[in-house]
Design a protein around this ligand. Structure first.
Ligand SMILES: *Cc1c(COP(=O)(O)O)cnc(C)c1O
Length: 477
């Protein structure tokens, strides 16, 4: 934009009375803003700045404002208005699937597919073979069946929606039997008992927090029972004197009474992660093979795809779920379906999965590789942070996140900023200030503070050049 200019008549005058909005709109500096950003937002910003000024005139020491700083204030307000609210950040928290930071980064193939369907018309619900109406689930169902061994599949907006829809479809006004050890709360206000109430079913708790036995389930079943539910306790572990009923036995109890067993798997990795040295997570395929009739899981956790809730299982039950009018309210949009299909297609070639799915690539990244990267970045960040901090490369543990086992499992390396100042309070203040500086970079960098240090875990840092470019200026204070 052209430099800020003021009208000759008004220039250099220090006003104590604001000019009119109409006058200000004629100023060349404001005209340039009008050209660049349009009338509505420029006018809003001019009004805002003039109002603020007028209010300050009522104060004991009114602000004197010259035209130039008025234009600058309007521009600053306008730029704040048009800066996107949701934007990329660099996740160096050490939690790979960070719910607050948007969980799984998508594979290139999925992003391309989203852009394509977003850009124009698509066969979202149109059968190109017959020229008749089609089903939006159709695009992913055969892939989901191939990858999980299920008879049928459907998808909704997220896994919380998948659980809600499944319960509402299969257990409305009836009882759902759940172990007290599995009455889970997931971050972000997903509480199984609350979802169950909203789904219109009645929770029948059995067993105790640490031990639930087969006879607990068997004794709970009555004509009012609709199904048995098992929730994967993904974000905590009950240890010590514990007992849970294995899925095949639980399925046997359910099937003996002609009831379905529904399993909320949460993370639902489609492949066995132990082959990559990661902790074991039950797969939907294993869970179905052990006798579950319906399994629900997330699209944007270990699967590494878009936010979605995936429901797989017996064809007759999936058909009932699909017929529920709530399905219409909870359905996925076309971008999600395009991305999910693209990600599932990548699972068709397990040998090259790690290269293509960023979540899996980041989770399996070698510690030595991360440490080398951190060592390369250390001088840059030491220079950027200045005298107040020493910057060291330290070993840390990354977490999978998003309700996967919360234990720290993945060896990684971080840049640690250690305050040089003496007192605890001063150190903590300087760490807060440093975190704020990192958040105010043009691409905000999010780390974590632990034990008096700010840590940037380099596991999820892939674009080293872009990262370098961020640290050319000293921190904004
Ligand atoms: C994460 C999780 C959910 C919620 O899934 P969203 O996709 O976040 O809606 C539900 N149940 C379990 C067991 C989970 O781990």
């Amino acid at each position: 934009m052209a430099g800020v200019m003021t009208s000759p008549a008004a220039s250099a005058s220090i006003k104590t009375r604001p000019p009119s909005v109409d006058r200000v709109l004629q100023w060349p500096g404001i005209q340039a803003l009008l050209q660049a950003h349009g009338r509505a937002l420029t006018l809003e910003s001019v009004r805002h700045v003039l109002d603020a000024w007028r209010q300050s005139l009522g104060q004991p020491s009114p602000r004197a404002l010259d035209d130039q700083s008025l234009v600058a204030s309007v521009e600053a307000h306008l730029l704040a208005l048009i800066t996107p609210s949701i934007r990329p950040v660099i996740n160096l928290t050490g939690t790979v699937l960070h719910t607050n930071l948007g969980r799984a980064p998508l594979p290139r193939e999925a992003i391309d597919a989203m852009v394509q369907v977003a850009s124009g018309a698509s066969n979202l619900e149109y059968d190109l073979g017959t020229g008749k109406r089609g089903d939006r689930d159709h695009h992913v169902e055969s892939w989901l069946c191939r990858l999980t061994g299920a008879e049928a599949a459907t998808v909704v907006n997220n896994n919380a929606a998948a659980v809600l829809l499944t319960l509402n479809s299969l257990a409305l006004r009836k009882e759902v039997v759940v172990s007290r050890g599995e009455l889970i709360e997931i971050g972000g206000a997903f509480r199984l008992p609350d979802i169950m109430t909203r789904a219109g079913c009645k929770l029948h708790e059995v067993g105790t927090t640490n031990r639930t036995h087969a006879h607990d389930y068997a004794n709970a079943i009555s004509p009012r029972t609709a199904l048995l539910l098992k929730a994967h306790t993904s974000n905590y572990r009950v240890e010590g004197f514990t007992a849970a009923v294995p899925e095949p036995e639980l399925a046997g109890i359910a099937h003996g009474q002609d009831l379905p067993l529904v399993v909320d798997l949460g993370c639902g990795s489609l492949i066995d992660l132990t082959q990559y040295g990661l902790p074991h997570e039950p797969t939907p395929a294993d869970t179905l093979a052990r006798g579950a009739d319906v399994v629900t899981f997330s699209g944007d956790k270990l699967l590494g795809g878009p936010q979605a809730g995936i429901i797989v299982g017996r064809a007759d039950l999936i058909a009932r779920i699909r017929r529920n009018p709530l399905k219409r309210a909870l359905r996925c949009d076309k971008q999600t379906l395009a991305a999910l299909e693209a990600v599932l297609r990548l699972y068709g070639d397990p040998d090259r999965l790690i290269e293509h799915v960023p979540t899996l690539r980041l989770l399996t990244r070698a510690e030595a590789d991360i440490r080398t990267l951190a060592n390369r970045l250390q001088p840059l960040l030491a220079r950027w942070a200045g005298e107040g901090f020493s910057v060291e490369v330290v070993p840390v543990k990354s977490q999978i996140g998003s309700g996967s086992l919360p234990l720290e499992l993945l060896s990684s390396a971080a840049l640690a900023f250690i305050p040089r100042v003496g007192s605890r309070r001063a150190a903590s203040a300087s760490l807060s200030e440093l975190s704020a500086s990192l958040r105010s970079l043009s691409i905000p960098v999010i780390g974590r503070v632990s034990e008096g240090r700010l840590l940037l875990d380099c596991r999820c840092l892939e674009d080293e050049a872009a990262f370098h470019a961020l640290f050319q200026q000293p921190p904004a204070s």
